[in-house]
Design a binder for this molecule. Structure first.
Ligand code: PMP
Length: 364
């Protein structure tokens, strides 16, 4: 609508207008209860309906089988950096991390506290612009798990397929925070998938964990109860007070994604949006540059720099005047970053590309 900007933030990020308007309507009086979801008991029948529907819609979207538990937790994806090793490893177990950006690096560093974390490969020396071919990544035999960050939000590097773990028993673990529900995923390849909601599927405050049930119940004795998957799964994420409102918003987003035709359709839209943006960068004759190797460019986060870095401030200011905001790159890499999650409409990307072309004509 007229008052809404095109918000290219990396997270918390833009949500579907439809969801925001529904939440606004429900806020005063949720389905005739005379109160909002955030004011009622998490053990009442209304919230029970909300969390069950959210879970079953998510199961439909990703095709999650009954072999997996779905949990709605707190603490952000950062908490999962510790929860994963605490739940599935002993301190003497070795695990592998493939590090393709800052988030994977943080996960690796946190993992070192709870088991023997090994760096199987890191893209750091190449400034996180590529992913090594899987065959040449040396995994540890019998590693307990292999951890990847499926989409690096800051560097814009995304796995297009997934490495096969060293052994049959090695679990593939993925941080999918910034590409969760942006495309179909074969969940059965993974032991654990986790994702903070605040990019593609909701507000901050809820973290979704999908874990194979046979992995639960083997946590380290020091595991805080809140981080114990078995406890959380057995109580259907209601061991304590969950982030009710955030879960409710995720539920609205899942409904919307199903109405749009599910993740096959969503992926098509995301490919189209990312395609026109990367084309604009690549066809700018070097005025705009995306450092990421083409085969692993993210559909969600598009980092780019200007050949004349002194123009960056002007670029961001002028874009903002035209209603396109939050385009500044992460402080650690500079430049620009356009996050174009599911809820970013095609019109937003088209407008950005039009702006980029005009900006180039004016300042090249
Ligand atoms: N992993 C990835 C890929 C992320 O993008 C982020 C947040 N930007 C995190 C982990 C950390 O998430 P949280 O802030 O929810 O702890």
């Amino acid at each position: 609508s007229e008052n809404r900007v095109f918000n290219f933030a990396a997270g918390p990020a833009t949500l579907p207008e439809k969801v925001i308007l529904q939440a606004q309507a429900d806020l005063f009086d949720y389905k005739g209860c005379g109160m909002s979801i955030m004011e009622m008991s998490h053990r009442g029948k209304e919230f029970d309906g909300v969390i069950k529907k959210a879970e079953s819609d998510l199961r439909k979207l990703l095709g999650i089988s009954d072999d997996y538990a779905v949990m709605f937790l707190q603490g952000g994806a950062t908490t999962q950096f510790a929860a994963v090793p605490l739940n599935v490893c002993n301190p003497e177990d070795t695990v592998d991390y493939i590090v393709t950006g800052s988030w994977g690096d943080k996960a690796y560093k946190e993992g070192q506290k709870y088991c023997k974390a090994n760096l199987a490969w890191s893209g750091k020396s190449e400034k996180y612009t590529n992913i090594q071919s899987f065959d040449s990544i040396k995994q540890t035999p019998n590693a307990k798990y292999l951890h990847i960050c499926a989409n690096e939000t800051i560097h814009g590097v995304e796995f297009k397929d997934y490495p096969t773990p060293a052994d049959e028993d090695t679990i593939l673990v993925a941080d999918m925070s910034s590409n969760f529900c942006s495309k179909p995923v074969d969940v059965s390849k993974f032991g654990i998938i986790y994702a903070g909601a605040q990019k593609n599927v909701g507000p901050s405050g809820v973290t979704i964990v999908i874990a194979r049930k046979d992995l639960l119940g083997a946590s380290q004795p020091i595991t805080p109860v809140m981080l114990d998957y078995k406890t959380q799964a057995d109580s259907n994420s209601l061991y304590n007070t969950p982030p009710c409102f955030a879960i409710y918003i995720c539920g609205l987003v899942f409904e919307d994604l199903l109405e749009q035709g599910g993740l096959v359709e969503i992926e098509k839209k995301n490919i189209e949006k990312a395609g026109i943006l990367y084309d604009a960068i690549d066809n700018s004759g070097g005025f705009y540059v995306c450092p990421v190797e083409k085969s692993v460019r993210s559909l969600m986060n598009v980092p780019f720099t200007l050949s004349k870095p002194e123009l960056e401030k002007t670029f961001i200011e002028e874009a903002s005047k035209e209603g396109m905001v939050q385009l500044k790159g992460h402080r650690s890499v500079g430049g620009m970053r356009a996050s174009i999650y599911n809820a970013m409409p095609l019109a937003g990307v088209q407008k950005l590309v039009g702006f980029m072309n005009n900006f180039q004509k004016t300042y090249a």
